[in-house]
Write a protein that binds this ligand. Sequence first.
Ligand code: ARG
Length: 462
Amino acid sequence: MAEKPWDGRFLEKTDKSVEAFTASIAYDRRLYPYDIAGSIAHCRMLAKVGIITDEEASGLVEGLGIIKRELDRGEFIFDDSLEDIHMHVEARLLQVAGKVAQKLHTARSRNDQVALDVRMYLRDETHRTVSLLQMLRKVLVDLADGHQDVVMPGYTHTQRAQPVLFAHHMMAYYEMFTRDQARFSDCLDRINVMPLGAAALAGTTYPIDRAYVAELLDFPRISPNSMDAVSDRDFAMEFLAAASICMVHLSRLSEELVLWSTSEYGFITLSDAFATGSSIMPQKKNPDVPEIVRGKTGRVFGSLVALLTLMKSLPMSYNRDMQEDKEPLFDAADTIKACLSINVQMLPRITVNREIMRKAASVGFLNATDMADYLVNQGMPFRKAHACVGGAVAYALDKGKELDQLTLDELKTFSPLVKADIFDHLTLKVMIDRRQSPGGTATENVARAIAEARKALARPPA
Ligand code: ARG
């Protein structure tokens, strides 16, 4: 059993079961690059203000470098009795650098140390997530751009409603992921605060230089209150909230991909490389990728709820409960990256079945609103026009026809305002292109939205 740095006051050895129960090394070991970078910055600061000598600092920094390489190569030996990554590194430093290692923890506590590590970890993860979102947005714009003339049914209540451009539908997802990216970028601002120097909770009696540590670790600011510094996990909750909302969007997209690739819809075909088969039914081609993305959404929500629940009743300041923040956070960060990345790879390879979409948009009275709009333009109040077209729909249903398949004479029986030009108003192209209100599906609008998105994407992500 390794000696514990804190066992000076203990008369009995820690029970093995307690060591196993309290250890977090199995999962917090992945924080090691941040833990070591943080310790190196701390050493340099201790030397700068004269708490340790320059030679001592060099010895410590060199030793930390050796440990980093051991960890990188997978040669480092872990031991539950050393609890977490912080104590592992410190204990190994004693072996590698000798007695000077006992000075490393001056003016520092594991409470501010772990807060620093988690912030540095999450800063990197957030940057990666933002880059993946930027890629996904580009994929969606490319899909929209490459299919600008494809018409499909737009739905409300999962019922065919009005025709829209497939590109407009893709650009709706572009908007969702643009907001997601902004949320992650915004939360970086609150992740990027340097907590080291708060020590256990109250600050320290040593003349430390926190701004210098912040500068070395590339933090724009330091935490202003030591108690808040060690007990704040808002930044992690924000990340998880942003991740949860982003997963809602990914899950909705996945749901559509699943539906659209059924024989009932047939709107898209997934590439064989992104589908899987059945072990019993030879004919099956299953959309497992979007299904799993949809399925993974729940675990990200679970992580958010776990962290909110973890924090909600904690008295100030640090409490060991907070060790439980890591697994949900790591899991959610891994999950969101995996889901974004697989979509970035899968979406460019879907086949859009334009004829099936067009056909679907031509059946089911998707031009009923346009017939009402036609009557309104001839002077009829909208509510009256609505009722009038409702009657025409009931009549057409009875005849087993679409509105545009009725004769002019048949249509005229519903209103004398109907003229021969009504048929021009009921074609897919005209219906799409008349929807020129800002944000509407008109071809011109969508082309403009695509061009604007391209401009936005040319700017580097935050
Ligand atoms: N493993 C702990 C955590 O993740 C590190 C901080 C421990 N601090 C303490 N006072 N026991 O929160």
